[in-house]
Design a protein around this ligand. Structure first.
Ligand code: GDP
Ligand code: MN
Length: 385
């Protein structure tokens, strides 16, 4: 789960990680008041779960309180398009005001879980403010990587190593070390999966502060953190993903035109690959899991059909623990209930496959039964061409 910048900064403050003063404004008048409080200027920031807001027009400077009110009005409700939102953009529902800081240098800092070493890893670079992907591509030597031993936690020498790599000196160095240690504590205690501070800033006064903050959480840890769960913003999640999570189904929205219902993440990958190979691309994939019930299959099918981008559906199920006849009944019942207006190709294999195929054939529905995975992919791609 991801949260907004203003929420991430609330958590930073809770853990004494330095970040500029900031407040959410609920209307233009409040934007004016907050800006006055900040000494007459503010940075007006659109809150969406996507980066690149600065370049997209979602981060603006208000040089006086009236200007802040004006910027608020222009920003709230706007459809903000950034490099990360896709062409349709995201609607801005919350506007955050930040007390401006004088920037001396912009740095990059993130904590993430490195799956190769199974350790929380710190990435730091003197090249902040710009996209880290670009730095990684062009000047990878400018990114330092430090892996933290989970049994020892973030050692003082490691924090100093990172602060040193960031070029911090004197008082900034001391602040940097404390910053890193407190942020590490937050990361572990709140079961984060990713924290990105870009830019981490050295102010003209020599203070270290988080100008931007992005935090992602391990969904499996959320049961332990009701305070974090309260930050969930369903507006920022794809409608179908929210719906699917109600039934413990994993739905991932993609940008192609073929809906995919599969069981198991590996099969999902193979299914998407072969759709691509055959010349089209997936609109989504819905993983019903290894032991779904007929009802779960029915809901899965309904959710896939809800996705307006879906021009055809490919059902690719390998019946192991899951029985093909149960899948077939789920599909048939869902199709009868909702009605299907797009071609549906079904490939079943494994336990009770003959019973499953019979259910499909006897249903009287216009389902296209495929012989194998390749045949299924060719048929579904042909149906959208
Ligand atoms: P993002 O574009 O979504 O990553 O939004 P950021 O919060 O990172 O802001 C984008 C850029 O705006 C930063 O890299 C800074 O250059 C600039 N910026 C944001 N807040 C301030 C501020 O208080 N003072 C100054 N001088 N620049 C700021
Ligand atoms: Mn940023």
């Amino acid at each position: 789960m991801n949260i907004h910048e203003y929420q991430a900064k609330e958590l930073l403050r809770q853990y004494k990680v330095a970040t500029p003063d900031g407040k959410v404004a609920h209307d233009a008048e409040e934007a004016r008041m907050i800006t006055k409080e900040f000494g007459g200027a503010s940075v007006v920031k659109a809150q969406i779960h996507a980066g690149g807001r600065g370049k997209g027009g979602g981060v603006k400077f208000a040089t006086d309180p009236d200007k802040a009110a004006e910027l608020f009005k222009a920003m709230i409700g706007m459809q903000l398009v950034t490099k990360q939102t896709g062409a349709e953009g995201r609607k801005v529902r919350t506007v955050f005001l930040s007390k401006p800081v004088d920037i001396e240098r912009e740095l990059y800092l993130s904590f993430l879980v490195d799956r190769v070493t199974s350790r929380i890893t710190i990435l730091a670079s003197t090249e902040g403010g710009v996209e880290i992907e670009e730095v990684a591509e062009k000047t990878p030597e400018k990114i330092v990587k430090v892996a933290v031993d989970p049994a020892l936690g973030l050692n003082g020498f490691q924090a100093r190593q990172v602060a040193f790599a960031l070029g911090l000196e004197g008082n900034s160095f001391k602040q940097g070390v404390v910053f890193l240690q407190n942020l590490y504590k937050l990361f572990v205690e709140k079961d984060c999966s990713m924290v990105e501070i870009n830019p981490l800033v050295i102010t003209k006064q020599g203070d270290v502060t988080a100008l931007d903050a992005k935090i992602g959480f391990d969904d499996n840890g959320l049961v332990r953190h009701p305070d974090v769960l309260a930050y969930r913003d369903l507006n920022e999640e794809a409608e179908e993903e929210v719906e699917a999570s109600k039934y413990n189904l994993n739905f991932i929205k993609l940008d192609g035109s073929i809906g995919c219902m599969v069981n198991g993440a590996g099969l999902a990958m193979a299914t998407m690959d072969i759709i691509k190979y055959c010349g089209s691309s997936p609109a989504n994939f819905l993983d019903v899991g290894g032991s779904a019930t007929e009802d779960a299959v029915k809901n899965a099918f309904r959710i896939i059909l809800q996705d307006k981008a879906v021009k055809a559906v490919l059902v690719n199920i390998f019946g192991g623990i899951m029985r093909c006849d149960i899948v077939a009944s789920g599909i048939v019942n869902a199709a009868k209930e909702i009605g299907i207006k797009v071609p549906v190709v079904v490939r079943l294999e494994g336990t009770n496959v003959e019973e499953g195929k019979k259910i499909l054939a006897d249903s009287g529905l216009n389902l296209i039964v495929a012989a194998d995975l390749k045949d299924a992919a060719e048929k579904v791609v042909a149906s959208v061409k």
